[in-house]
Design a protein around this ligand. Structure first.
Ligand code: NAD
Length: 261
């Protein structure tokens, strides 16, 4: 399957970290002919991402806090001014604080909900205004935690379960405007976000994955590229799980042990 996004304008949030999923998504679209803009919190990281993508194209960068209505409105206004339209928008930014709920403050709870969940609503609303005449594609970052809650990151799991629900509602409400809305569900992808948990219990994590290996940002970028393409034109309100078969059975380690016997 050949993917081409020639003539398409793509936006990706939370894409400044060169080891992250958002950066890999931006690179994938640039490599396949799109004009791409990214946003993130930190100007310096954005400049580094721009330099790191120079070999594949000129990525537009905007400093944006996706949990702020004012910032998100400015992001879309600036991108429209600079690119003239937006065809594909990926809400990827997220935070993953590891805190037991009993120890969490109200401010920490609100931050998780605002960055992971409210941002998806704010971006979808602005994207709708850009896409309602000609159609478009929205793709949201859910998580394995959207499907199964997680002790030690309960607020994160609750926010991602809500992203799962919100994505489906957006798909239905935007369908009459030819705007498809889907999401991706990473399992354990090696990025800055998961660095701590991977170094703490890498092998234990792999043993819960049928393919027995962690994912790479590019694995997610490939799934996103497909969801954004015309090959996925009958897909809306759904998710691609990019997890190597994480807990696809209760005991994914068992066949590996059997093979060794
Ligand atoms: P990451 O931490 O490497 O990247 C997240 C990016 O979001 C960072 O560049 C960060 O600066 C940016 N960001 C954070 N708050 C922001 C804000 N308020 N405004 C704008 N940008 C902000 O994480 P990642 O692993 O690349 O994850 C990308 C997405 O995938 C996240 O939504 C995450 O929850 C989801 N996810 C990742 C995994 C995994 O295994 N890595 C698993 C499940 C879900």
């Amino acid at each position: 399957m050949e993917l081409s996004y020639k003539g398409k304008v793509v936006g990706v949030t939370g894409a400044a970290g060169t080891a992250g999923i958002g950066f890999a998504i931006a690179r994938k679209f640039l490599e396949n002919g799109a004009r791409v803009f990214i946003c993130d919190l930190n100007e310096k990281a954005l400049a580094e991402a721009k330099a790191a993508l120079k070999d594949v194209g000129d990525v537009g960068t905007y400093r944006t806090d996706v949990s702020s209505e004012k910032d998100v409105k400015e992001l879309f206004a600036s991108a429209l001014r600079d690119y003239g339209k937006i065809d594909i928008f990926v809400s990827n930014a997220g935070i993953y604080p590891q805190l037991m709920l009993k120890d969490m403050t109200e401010a920490q709870w609100d931050m998780v909900m605002n960055v992971n969940l409210k941002s998806v609503f704010l971006c979808a609303r602005e994207a709708f205004a850009c896409m309602k005449e000609k159609g478009g594609v929205l793709i949201n970052a859910a998580s394995y935690a959207s499907l199964m809650a997680s002790a030690g990151s309960g607020a994160y799991a609750a926010s991602k379960a809500a992203v799962y629900s919100l994505t489906k509602t957006l798909a239905a409400e935007f369908a009459p405007y030819n705007i498809r809305v889907n999401g991706f569900i990473p399992g354990v992808i090696a990025t800055g976000m998961t660095q701590g948990v991977i170094s703490e219990k890498g092998e234990e994590l792999e043993s819960a994955i049928a393919l027995h290996k962690l994912g790479k940002p590019d694995d997610v970028a490939n799934a996103v590229a497909f969801l954004a393409s015309d090959a996925a034109s009958y897909l809306t309100g759904t998710f691609i799980e990019v997890s190597g078969g994480k807990l696809c059975v209760q005991n994914p380690d068992m066949p590996w042990k059997k093979k060794e016997e």
